[in-house]
Design a protein around this ligand. Structure first.
Ligand SMILES: *[C@@H]1O[C@H](CO)[C@@H](O)[C@H](O)[C@H]1NC(C)=O
Ligand SMILES: *[C@@H]1O[C@H](CO)[C@@H](O)[C@H](O)[C@H]1NC(C)=O
Length: 400
C-alpha cells in the first residue's frame, strides 16, 4: 500500500517538475526575447495557411457546367508590373476560360484587380519554380478540379493564343488522361540523369503544359510525394517524373504539336525580337518572351494576322453569296438551310427598304418539317426580329 502511495507521489512530483520546468523556460524566453517569443514551440506549431486567395472581382467558374480551361500562370512578385501586366493587357483576354496568377510566399502587395493565389508553403523567388508547380496543381485540384475541363501550367514569359488553344482543346476528350505539350528528353548531357526512363518523353515547361481534369485527379494524391522526392532541381522534368510514375503516360505530342507549342531554342533568354514569320503565325503558344514590350509586339502582330484572315473570309462569303443569288431558282432554294434563307432574306429586305417603289419580293422558307408545304410570304408582312408569316390560307402566326 505504502509503495503504491509512494509511486503516486513520485509520479505527481515528476509531472509537477515538468510543468514547472516548462513554465520556467517560457518565462526565461519571455524575459530575454520578449518581442520574439519563439523559444517555445507553440508558435511554430500554428499551421500556416497553405494558400491565400486574392481574387478581387474575379470569380472561378461558379456554374455547374465545366468551363473549358483554367490557365495557371506561375510567376513571382518581382514580375507583377512587367510580365504579368503584359499578360493582362494581351493574351489573358483571349483565353476561352480563366487565367489566374500564382506566386510563392511573398507578401508584396499585388496590383489591383489581378487574380492572385499566394502559395505560402513555397518560396517566391526561387527558379526553377519546382515547389510552385506541385503546390499550384494541388491547389487547382483541391478547389477547382470539377469546374474546368482542362488545366494549363503556364510560365509568365509565354505568349498564348487563346482562340487557337481553345480549338485544340475542343478537339480533345477531357475524359481521357491527357498530359500534352512540347515533348523533350532533356539536354544530351543530362539524359539518363533526370530520374526518368531513358526514352521517356516529358512535356517541357516553357510553352505550357495541358492537363485534362481526369489527369489532374489521378496525379493529385501523389503531388506531395513528388514534391518530397525529387531527383533534380528542375521543374518540368520533375513534373514529368511524377507523371511517369503516377499517371503512367508520356507527353502527348509529336512533331506537329511541338511546332504548335513553339519553344525558341535559339534564344532561350530571348524575346522573339526577330522578324516574325510563318512559324510564329502557325504556333499556338510561344516561349520565351522575356521583355514585356515584345509581348505587346506579338499581340499586335497576331491581331494583324487575324484581320487579314477575317478580310479573306469576308471576301469568300461575299463571293458565295453572289453565286447563290445568281443561281437562285425556286428549285435550288429548297436545298438551302433556314439560317441561310433568313440571311439572304435580311439582305434583300434591307436593300429594298430604301426602294419602296419596287414590287414586293416573294420569299420562301423551309419550315424544317419534311411534310410541311413551302409557304409563301410577302415582304410587307415581315418586320425584322419579329416576323409575321402570312400563310397562303390567310391565317397568321408569329415567328421570331
Ligand atoms: C518564404 O519561405 C522561405 C523559404 O521557405 C523563407 O526563408 C522565407 O522567410 C519565407 N518568407 C515569408 C515572407 O514567409
Ligand atoms: C525591352 O525592349 C525595349 C524595346 O527594345 C527596350 O527599350 C527595353 O529596354 C527592354 N527592356 C528590358 C528589360 O530589357
Amino acid at each position: 500500500m505504502r509503495r503504491r502511495e509512494k509511486l503516486i507521489t513520485d509520479v505527481l512530483i515528476f509531472v509537477i517538475s515538468i510543468l514547472a520546468g516548462m513554465q520556467m523556460t517560457t518565462s526565461i524566453c519571455y524575459t530575454f526575447f520578449p518581442e520574439n517569443f519563439q523559444c517555445s514551440n507553440n508558435i511554430a506549431k500554428v499551421p500556416i495557411e497553405p494558400f491565400i486567395e486574392e481574387l478581387g472581382d474575379f470569380q472561378f467558374n461558379p456554374g455547374p457546367k465545366k468551363k473549358l480551361v483554367l490557365v495557371g500562370v506561375m510567376t513571382s512578385s518581382q514580375y507583377f508590373d512587367t510580365r504579368d501586366w503584359a499578360i493582362r493587357m494581351t493574351w489573358l483576354k483571349s483565353i476561352p476560360g480563366d487565367v489566374v496568377f500564382f506566386i510563392g510566399n511573398s507578401t508584396d502587395p499585388a496590383p489591383p484587380g489581378m487574380p492572385l493565389i499566394r502559395l505560402n508553403r513555397v518560396p517566391d523567388n526561387v527558379y526553377p519554380p519546382q515547389g510552385k508547380v506541385f503546390e499550384m496543381l494541388r491547389y487547382l485540384h483541391e478547389n477547382h478540379a470539377d469546374k474546368y475541363e482542362y488545366f494549363i501550367r503556364a510560365d509568365d514569359d509565354v505568349f498564348i493564343k487563346g482562340q487557337e488553344l481553345g480549338s485544340l482543346l475542343k478537339s480533345l476528350n477531357s475524359e481521357e488522361k491527357i498530359y500534352m505539350g512540347h515533348y523533350g528528353q532533356g539536354v544530351p548531357e543530362e539524359i539518363g540523369k533526370l530520374g526518368i526512363g531513358k526514352d521517356y518523353l516529358y512535356c517541357i515547361g516553357g510553352p505550357g503544359v495541358i492537363f485534362s481534369h481526369v489527369a489532374l485527379k489521378i496525379l493529385a494524391p501523389n503531388l506531395d510525394n513528388c514534391k518530397g522526392d525529387t531527383a533534380t532541381t528542375h521543374e518540368d522534368t520533375e513534373l514529368g517524373r511524377c507523371v511517369e510514375n503516377y499517371l503512367k503516360t508520356e507527353c502527348k505530342s509529336n512533331k506537329k504539336v511541338r511546332a504548335l507549342f513553339y519553344q525558341n531554342y535559339r534564344e532561350v533568354k530571348g524575346t522573339f525580337n526577330h522578324e516574325l514569320g510563318k512559324k510564329e503565325s502557325h504556333a499556338f503558344t510561344l516561349h520565351p518572351v522575356k521583355n514585356s514590350s515584345f509581348v505587346i509586339r506579338l499581340a499586335l502582330h497576331f491581331k494583324d494576322d487575324e484581320i487579314k484572315w477575317l478580310k479573306r473570309k469576308a471576301d469568300t462569303l461575299r463571293n458565295e453569296l453572289e453565286m447563290v443569288k445568281r443561281g437562285m431558282t425556286s428549285k435550288q432554294l429548297k436545298r438551302l438551310s433556314m439560317p441561310m434563307m433568313k440571311y439572304l432574306h435580311n439582305i434583300e429586305y434591307f436593300k429594298r427598304k430604301h426602294e419602296p417603289k419596287k414590287a414586293s419580293v416573294k420569299f420562301w422558307y423551309d419550315t424544317g418539317d419534311d411534310t410541311a408545304q413551302w409557304e409563301h410570304i410577302e415582304m410587307e408582312s415581315i418586320i425584322p426580329w419579329q416576323i409575321f408569316i402570312r400563310h397562303q390560307t390567310g391565317s397568321e402566326c408569329e415567328k421570331t
